[in-house]
Design a binder for this molecule. Sequence first.
Ligand code: SF4
Length: 179
Amino acid sequence: MSKKTVATAWLQGCSGCHISILDLHQELVELLGDIEILSSPLVDIKEFPRVDICLVEGAVGTEGDVRKLQELRQKSDVLVALGTCACFGGISGLRNLYKKDEVLEHCYTNVRNVNKNGTIPSSEDVPALLESVKPVGELAKIDYQIPGCPPLPGTIKTVLQALITGKEPVLPQRSLCAE
Ligand code: SF4
């Protein structure tokens, strides 16, 4: 059986979902017998190639995230939302309690030391914030979701193993909370 090509990517998250992948420890090494990771923030590969499976962490909060998500969807046969931020907005989505302008105003004029002259920076090089944070499924077709903040390592492994062998992933009954 040829190895499945895999990528992982992040949008607006805390990287905790990726730490959960690393928390597989020896089991991740064993998984590498069946998968080849072609792109991931874990290995700092910037180019995103075509892959069989992509796990995406984090919610969509900027125009840059939208472009990145579109590319991930276009180049991945199977796209998996990894973690509660990607699935539902999660911690990143807490920004939606306020209007975008209120958030920018607070961060750049009220919070000390962020910007000493009190102006909201704007540059073509900084992707603009969306009006609200969205789960990835609102902007792209998602094939599977692995909820959890962070998702349990064993759940990530279960889903990957199913996808590697062409089976339908079934989340374990206890997929959100550690015993
Ligand atoms: Fe971090 Fe939790 Fe969001 Fe994953 S789901 S990126 S662990 S806040």
